[in-house]
Design a protein around this ligand. Structure first.
Ligand code: ADP
Ligand code: MG
Length: 325
């Protein structure tokens, strides 16, 4: 992309770096990512990519930005940060029940080395989930950042949403909550070998689970990116219902309690984001196997989310993550 810059603002595009912008793009991104999909008619190399979803399928699209020092610590490896950025975007497709197809990647980098690292990490993640890289942008920036757009597909009208929970539904969780936050705490406290650090280093989007839930007829689902309490609140508000959640029913509650005590475990599970578990609701009487999900509460008439510990209402104060809060 051409950039019109003031004379003092030299080298805005990567063309001015050791290796030019277009060579870098060709080398790092042209054949990166997963296999070419029939969905894509024109891929990387033109002004835009061109796609045609199969008849009877809906296209599901999500976009996410990750910025150094806001979404990952300064001393976290850039390739791993890019891997996480892809996985966090794919988690949005999992929450909708979509099968991922393509990604578009905007890389904003300090220098060539940063482009190289972010290219390597994102390629690794895209190959792992066989997601085609269909385009993007690469530019120099004062802050390293990566912006990912992902597209997936699912049968027309079958997307799981936030606004479809019913007051009679049970609340289920596929995956854990609170473990990423504890891993991040350890990383920031210079315990880089801490037991929970791996929970922060990598993200596993629950794509297969999302598709399985959608096929089982689940209508309401969200991925937990900003904390259980906050994300459950999104379902409650969008669906116009209330929710009661028993925190001790969450998977591996006792593991967190043993590590940090009950009070801290409650805070971590209520507010810790980025574990990317799938929180969903289903009519009472429908059961999912333990290996897939556990029942953690019930919807009700009314509004708001009540968190209980051994049946008693808790008073968790701090809200989930909010960039501008
Ligand atoms: P334009 O100037 O037409 O916007 P660019 O010069 O920015 O195009 O990019 C050339 C081609 O390379 C485009 O097809 C674009 O989608 C692709 N591209 C650029 N950067 C990336 C990236 N980080 N990941 C994937 N594709 C990229
Ligand atoms: Mg163009």
């Amino acid at each position: 992309m051409m950039v019109f810059s003031m004379p003092a603002l030299k080298s805005v595009v990567l063309r001015t770096m050791n290796e030019g912008e277009f060579d870098l793009i060709r080398r790092l991104f042209k054949h990166a990512g997963g296999s070419r999909k029939a969905f894509t008619r024109v891929g990387i190399g033109d002004d835009a990519s061109v796609h045609r979803p199969p008849a009877g399928m809906d296209l599901v699209v999500s976009s996410d930005s990750s910025v150094q020092d806001a979404h990952w610590p300064d001393d976290f490896p850039l390739d791993q940060a890019a891997d996480r950025a892809i996985c966090s975007a794919l988690s949005d497709l999992a929450a909708m029940g979509a099968e991922p197809v393509c990604a578009w990647l905007n890389v904003m980098a300090n220098d060539n080395h940063a482009v190289e690292s972010m290219g390597a990490g994102s390629t690794r993640a895209l190959k792992r989930y066989d997601v085609e890289l269909a385009g993007g942008d690469t530019c120099r920036s004062a802050t390293n950042a990566i912006s990912v757009t992902v597209a997936g597909q699912l049968p027309e009208g079958s997307a799981m949403r936030r606004d479809t929970a019913l007051a009679e539904d049970d609340i289920w969780l596929a995956g854990r909550a609170g473990f990423h936050a504890l891993g991040l705490q350890q990383w920031l406290n210079d315990m880089k070998d801490g037991d929970f650090v791996p929970c922060f280093e990598t993200i596993t989007p629950q794509l297969a689970t999302g598709i399985q839930l959608r096929k089982a007829g689940v209508a309401c689902c969200i991925d937990i990116s900003d904390g259980l309490l906050q994300d459950a609140g999104h379902i409650a508000t969008a669906s116009g219902i209330g929710m009661d959640i028993e925190i001790t029913s969450l998977p591996d509650w006792h593991v967190l309690c043993q590590a940090v005590g009950d009070a801290q475990a409650l805070q971590l599970m209520a507010h810790g984001g980025e574990d990317y578990a799938l929180l969903f609701t289903a009519p009472a009487g429908i059961y999912f196997p333990d290996g897939l999900a556990v029942c953690i509460g019930h919807c009700r008439e009314g509004s708001g989310v009540i968190l209980r510990m051994h049946g008693e209402t808790t008073n968790v104060e701090k809200a989930g993550f909010d960039h501008f809060g």
